[in-house]
Design a protein around this ligand. Structure first.
Ligand code: LMR
Length: 390
């Protein structure tokens, strides 16, 4: 059986991890996969997570199964983080959540629910979008249309193009939006633009599906949420995929949630039951460790304060790297200062990406997406010199 299969190439993003590890250049720089690095190039466990884990070690008396939807502390905490502390008053039974294995699990289970609905299976995705969106959603049987989003040559958001294209969206369609820190471009919608997309969603009756993988790493925890909160208050129905990989540094613990906002309580209950049924068919139930830790952090004021200030330091360091890079590379790269989160496109030629990798040991995604958090005070000069040599 297996001999009938072909060997597939490595994943375009995850493959970079292995290639980087094998490179013996002592000055190599990893600007590839979207993982936060501190100024010494490390990805430490956040202190609030370590403290929560120490608490769990003392109190977690069993490794028996979690409930299929995960823990209430985590689900409630994530809902409040996404939609505000008063969200249960505001939305009541219209809101339902399940804990998922990372943001990927949330995207996939959301796609399974959409596929089961009679409303349709067409999803509009931004051009460009995260490389794994299509396999994740497409694996559930959804089909795609793209809307223009980032003008690579002009280094700017193409909002007019996006809005003109989404005029074609119809009732029953889903429009996938990046909540903040657009991956791969770093170009985010302003609040005014979120308002315009909200009006369009109401006019065309499409369902927004918001992927929130970087809350707190763009303009701040609350600031990043302003756009999708505006939308949630107005649209009848919305899906949100939330990830704790980046903002809690829980990458390998696969911690996330799918949040459904439905038009009625009954529709929310139906959506949740379908999500749980789909999860049972694929992985049965979510892993617990990361969600127990994140749930504690979100519920305990002291842990939450510590987490928020560490997250703010991470965010500030990325902003500083954006500024330092533009200062060194000059105004041609000024757009990097205006973008948010870990990523921006350098916009160099494909052969220059290869040259940087082979000659300097500098790794980035072939699209020229760089992870700004891979830069630090030690390697910035080396990176700038390599860029100037192109
Ligand atoms: C990325 O875009 O680099 C991250 O989200 C990691 C991944 O899984 O691709």
């Amino acid at each position: 059986m297996l001999e009938n299969l072909e060997v597939l190439p490595p994943d375009p993003i995850l493959g970079l991890i292995a290639a980087f590890a094998q490179d013996d250049n002592p000055e190599k720089i990893d600007l590839g996969v979207g993982v936060y690095q501190d100024d010494s190039g490390r990805t430490p466990v956040m202190q609030a997570v370590l403290d929560a884990e120490a608490r769990l070690l003392e109190t977690e008396g069993s490794k028996s199964y979690l409930p299929p939807a995960g823990t209430a502390a985590f689900n409630t905490g994530v809902q409040q983080l996404l939609l505000g502390d008063d969200c249960s008053n505001r939305y009541g039974g219209r809101l339902a959540s399940i804990q998922t294995p990372g943001g990927c699990g949330a995207l996939r289970i959301g796609a399974e629910v959409i596929q089961r609905s009679s409303a349709g299976n067409r999803v509009w995705v931004s051009d460009p979008t995260w490389a794994n969106h299509l396999p994740l959603l497409g694996g559930a049987g959804l089909t795609f249309e793209t809307y223009p989003y980032y003008d690579l040559a002009g280094h700017r958001l193409d909002f007019d193009g996006m809005m003109a294209c989404l005029q074609q969206a119809q009732a029953g369609d889903v429009v996938l939006l990046h909540g903040c820190c657009h991956n791969p471009s770093g170009a985010d919608l302003s609040l005014e633009q979120w308002r315009a997309v909200t009006d369009l969603a109401l006019q065309k009756a499409f369902t927004p599906f918001v992927d929130v993988a970087y809350q707190g790493l763009g303009a701040g925890l609350e600031e990043d949420a302003a756009g999708w909160r505006w939308m949630a208050e107005r649209v009848p129905e919305m899906f949100i995929a939330s990830s704790c990989s980046k903002n809690f540094g829980l990458y390998r613990e696969r911690t996330g949630a799918l949040v459904l906002l439905a038009e009625t309580e009954q529709a929310a209950a139906a959506g949740k039951s379908q999500a749980l049924n789909a999860a049972r068919q694929i992985y049965s139930m979510p892993p617990s460790h990361g969600a127990l830790a994140a749930g504690l952090i979100l519920q305990e004021p002291a842990l939450r304060d510590a987490w928020q200030s560490e997250l703010e330091q991470m965010r500030n360091r990325i902003v500083q790297m954006r500024e330092a890079l533009v200062e060194q590379l000059g105004d041609d790269f000024a757009f990097i200062r205006d973008e948010f989160g870990m990523f921006s496109f350098l916009g160099i030629a494909p052969e220059q990406v290869t040259h940087l990798r082979e000659k300097f040991g500098i790794y980035m995604v072939d699209s020229t997406r760089i992870n700004l958090a891979g830069l630090n005070s030690d390697n910035l000069e080396y990176f700038v010199a390599a860029m100037r040599s192109l």
